[in-house]
Design a protein around this ligand. Structure first.
Ligand code: AHR
Length: 499
């Protein structure tokens, strides 16, 4: 099969906001406890953070991490997690039916974020709480000194403000499972008043309003429009959440998941711009796709979990090779929409539906999905070009005309590097992939990285952590004005050129 990508230097989607490579850590399962934090672990640092995990997180080059939830935040009292650890309460946590020890709170997490070279995206509880508690938390985190909450922070040993820039106004407030779920009108009013107060205290922050919990919510669309009608002048982003999966073991359809993601993004953009028009506003609301990933492997095991444990093995999806291909396609889709998707969070980062897994007291390893994320985050910075793609197409049970190839090119001007990301979705055929480079002078191939496997269900485990790993022996040949790459059947490819 043949395919072609034309890149024109003047036709860009836009500058990529690095925060598109964000992630998420919730107080859930073993994400915090026995994930990033395990004081008894041989690699634990002075604050109890696992250095082996920090090392892996740094490889992913994650610029922002959403915290502390997720569903967890909608019942959370942030005050439980600050001050002397021995005084912190143990709580019955109602979102995930576990015991929360509160050993880690915002003080520790922002310190972990510094050590991981990342920033915190902080969510506030708009489920059981409201504007006042959100304001107090903001004062605790960002106010320099001389007020009750800023001085409380200083009394806990944190003289300098945390300066958290991005704040989420609640989490999935449209979901019936959410503690304190709301109608669009109720949430719209609450989010508007909370946003007003928070921006009075710190006008430099950016705020994210909750969009729908997924494209498939019955209130999708109307929810976004109503929420934005209330909050438009006070917020900067609307959130999108969606998880993908292959429960019916239909790989051809599964590999087309990014078409759904693209439709979702395009629909939310239209709604944002509809509200902009109705309000005669000059302001544009951008998108924060702050929960996306694959989530279905662990559903059955989680249904059998005993309640009220501390840090149980919860949402521990073991990802296989085909999941990595889907994650690659989803990353390309975020890049294709980088003019409006300014932030995105791979949900989540450690142990809970995560690229990084740990053994209590033992090893850390990379799941299959670690690799496409690492490649995109490290090589996908700069400007994304509009992909003009010629490819054969296929039909799935639900979707028509899915191109066999998902691809985009990114230019990093600073490093003078052009990187093409490409997934060959075909389960049967390799693709001869021509990349038209006539707009670029003196192009040299740096490397062609490939993630491939004969077994679509191959996984990495603690005993076999290098079963699915990339190599850089892909074949790309440069001619005068183009390059031709061989994209092996069902493979993720990163083709790096020096310009
Ligand atoms: O990431 C797991 C959960 O998925 C989050 O807590 C919630 O926001 C979403 O439903």
């Amino acid at each position: 099969m043949k395919a072609k990508l034309i890149i024109n230097k003047d036709f860009t989607v836009g500058k990529i906001d690095n925060r598109i490579y964000g992630s998420f850590i919730e107080h859930l399962g073993r994400a915090i406890y026995n994930g990033i934090y395990e004081p008894a672990h041989p690699t634990a640092d002075d604050m109890g953070f696992r250095e082996d995990v920090l090392e892996m997180v740094k490889q992913l080059n994650v610029p922002i991490v959403r915290y502390p939830g997720g569903n967890f935040v909608s019942g959370y009292n942030w005050e439980d997690g600050v001050g002397p650890k021995e005084k912190r309460p143990r709580r019955a946590e109602l979102a995930w039916h576990v015991i929360e020890t509160n050993e880690v709170g915002i003080d520790e997490f922002q310190e972990w974020a510094k050590r991981a070279n990342t920033e915190v995206m902080q969510a506030v509880n708009l489920g059981t709480r409201g504007p006042e508690e959100a304001r107090n938390l903001l004062e605790y985190c960002n106010f320099p000194k001389g007020t009750y909450y800023s001085d409380l922070r200083r009394s806990h040993g944190f003289e300098e403000p945390f300066d958290i820039k991005v704040w989420c106004l609640g989490n999935e407030m449209d979901g019936s499972w959410q503690i304190g779920a709301k109608t669009a009108e109720e949430y719209g009013r609450l989010a508007c008043e909370t946003a007003k107060i928070m921006k009075e205290l710190d006008p430099s922050i950016e705020l994210v309003a909750c969009g729908s919990s997924s494209l498939f919510m019955p209130t999708f669309g109307k929810w976004e429009a109503t929420v934005l009608e209330y909050t438009y002048d006070y917020v900067d982003y609307i959130s999108l959440h969606n998880y993908y999966g292959n429960p019916e073991n239909d790989t051809k359809t599964y590999l087309a998941s990014s078409v759904d993601m693209d439709n979702f993004i395009k629909s939310v953009i239209v709604i944002c711009d509809y509200v902009k028009a109705v309000k005669h506003s000059d302001k544009t609301i951008n998108l924060s796709f702050d929960e996306w990933n694959i989530w279905f492997h662990s559903n059955e095991a989680d249904r059998r979990l005993e309640r009220w444990q501390t840090a149980p093995h919860q949402l521990e999806d073991v990802y296989n090779f085909e999941d990595a291909l889907v994650v690659g396609c989803l990353l390309i889709t975020l890049l294709k929409n980088c003019d409006r998707v300014k932030m995105a969070c791979l949900a989540q980062l450690v142990n809970v539906i995560a690229p990084i897994m740990t053994e209590n007291g033992g090893n850390v390893w990379a799941q299959t999905i670690f690799y496409p994320f690492m490649h995109a985050s490290n090589y996908g910075r700069g400007v994304a070009f509009i992909p003009v793609v010629f490819s054969e197409k296929y039909d799935t049970k639900r979707l028509k005309d899915v191109p066999y190839i998902e691809t985009i090119a990114v230019m990093n001007e600073e490093k003078k590097e052009l990187t093409v990301f490409a997934v060959n979705r075909s389960l049967e055929e390799n693709i001869d992939f021509e990349i038209d480079l006539r707009d670029f002078n003196k192009v040299e191939l740096i490397e062609h990285i490939v993630l491939e496997n004969d077994d679509m269900k191959a996984t990495n485990t603690v005993d076999n952590p290098n079963n699915v790993v990339p190599h850089n022996k892909g074949i790309t040949k440069i001619n005068s004005a183009s390059a031709v790459a061989t994209l092996n059947k069902h493979s993720w490819n990163v083709i790096r050129f020096q310009i």
